[in-house]
Design a protein around this ligand. Structure first.
Ligand code: PMP
Length: 374
């Protein structure tokens, strides 16, 4: 691994060593290994750890601990939010609004709901990736029950105007779901200031382990979702399954750490993005995909006119970058996100996503720049 340069933090992040160390204390006979539902002391010690992690994660988004439902990751959170809300509120209406650039786990749920008789409007963003608010307002209908718009896009890093969307949906009594899998540690998400009803979170995009996430479900006014996983009635009956205490504790620790390190990381990563883009633009005429100003610094998606992204990747085998979402990495189709921005298939095929993170160094960025000294 020494010789490789990892610039794919939007696909996943390594677990922070501090987080891994904490996680290991919740596994072995000497550690806190109990079932958090057991009433004996071993179980209750585990429950206390889960409660502490719940408070840590909630505080990052300015929510209450009881509003957090543990899941296996943002894919499951998105499924629970979309299908769970649609199923529970369908008597109010059967119309849903989302955006063509959402994560595949949101779009697939919408397609499933269409098969069940719901009607879904898929909004096309502007060429900079941002949602046109007027077009969004025009799409709202009397039978709209749910809107799903992500905060940070995983391929191009743009930040959608969810504050305004939240005001409008709240005024009309429509539920708003926000996929915030890419938000934590990269931008602010304050639920005291934004009336959002459902928020999906993932641990492994923020230096926690894979296989754990959470869904925020608003309590005031009270929002409910129909369980998609039936069993022992865990998580207020919304998501059954024995809690993965070690992963949950690790997610709590990782989220707290993300806030501690926020300012320092933001500053460093902003410089990396600016420098890499300036250099790639000057050397090979690279162009940015997506809005520059309304975006997190952690993601830089650029197209290289006249070049194929796959050739560029082959020419730098030690640099881990991607051509789009890892969820689609095996496909040969051009990125649907870039296509939704109006890029041609050729332009999309000439684009690469660089994503930076906690362990990225200036030397690594410079080494990548040197590879482009063609
Ligand atoms: N939403 C977004 C925006 C993502 O980037 C991802 C991860 N690629 C997911 C959802 C799915 O998250 P998880 O891997 O935790 O299921």
């Amino acid at each position: 691994m020494k010789n490789s340069i990892y610039l794919d933090y939007a696909a996943t992040t390594p677990v922070d060593p501090q987080v891994a160390e904490k996680m290991m204390q919740y596994l072995t006979p000497a550690g806190v290994f109990g079932n958090a539902s057991s009433i004996h002391v071993t179980g209750q010690t585990a429950k206390k750890a889960v409660d502490d992690a719940r408070a840590q994660v909630a505080s990052v988004i300015h929510a209450e601990p009881e509003e957090m439902i543990w899941t296996s990751g943002a894919t499951e959170s998105n499924n629970l939010a979309l299908k769970g809300a649609a199923h529970l509120y369908q008597r109010k209406g059967r119309h849903i609004i989302t955006v063509k650039t959402e994560h595949v786990s949101v779009l697939d749920c919408c397609q499933q709901l269409e098969k069940e008789g719901f009607s879904v409007t898929y909004l096309t963003p502007e060429s900079n990736g941002l949602l046109n608010l007027e077009r969004f307002r025009d799409a709202l209908r009397d039978d709209t029950i749910l809107v799903s718009v992500m905060q940070v896009n995983n391929e191009i890093g743009v930040i959608q105007p969810i504050e305004t969307i939240a005001q409008w949906t709240a005024e009309r009594g429509i539920l708003l779901h926000v996929d915030a899998a890419q938000s934590i540690g990269k931008t602010q998400l304050n639920l005291q200031k934004m009336p959002i009803d459902l928020v999906s979170l993932s641990s492994h995009k923020t230096y926690g382990p894979k296989g754990v996430g959470a869904l925020y479900v608003r309590r005031r006014p009270r929002v409910r979702v129909a369980s998609q996983m039936h069993g022992g009635g865990h998580e207020q009956g919304m998501r059954s399954g024995t809690l993965a205490v070690h992963q949950i504790v690790a997610m709590g620790e990782a989220f707290e750490l993300a806030i501690e390190k926020f300012d320092e990381e933001q500053k460093k990563i902003k410089e990396f993005k600016q420098y890499l883009y300036e250099q790639l633009h000057a050397k090979v005429g690279a162009m940015v995909n997506g809005d520059w100003d309304n975006a997190v610094p952690h993601i830089l998606n650029v197209r290289f006119p006249g070049k194929k992204a796959s050739d560029l990747m082959n020419a730098m085998p030690n640099v881990a970058v991607s051509t789009g979402s890892a969820c689609h990495a095996k496909g040969t189709e051009p990125s649907y996100v870039l296509r939704a921005l109006g890029l041609s298939a050729e332009e999309a095929h000439s684009s690469l996503r660089f994503s930076f993170g906690r362990f990225t160094t200036r030397e690594e960025i410079e080494s990548v720049v040197d590879l482009f000294a063609m």
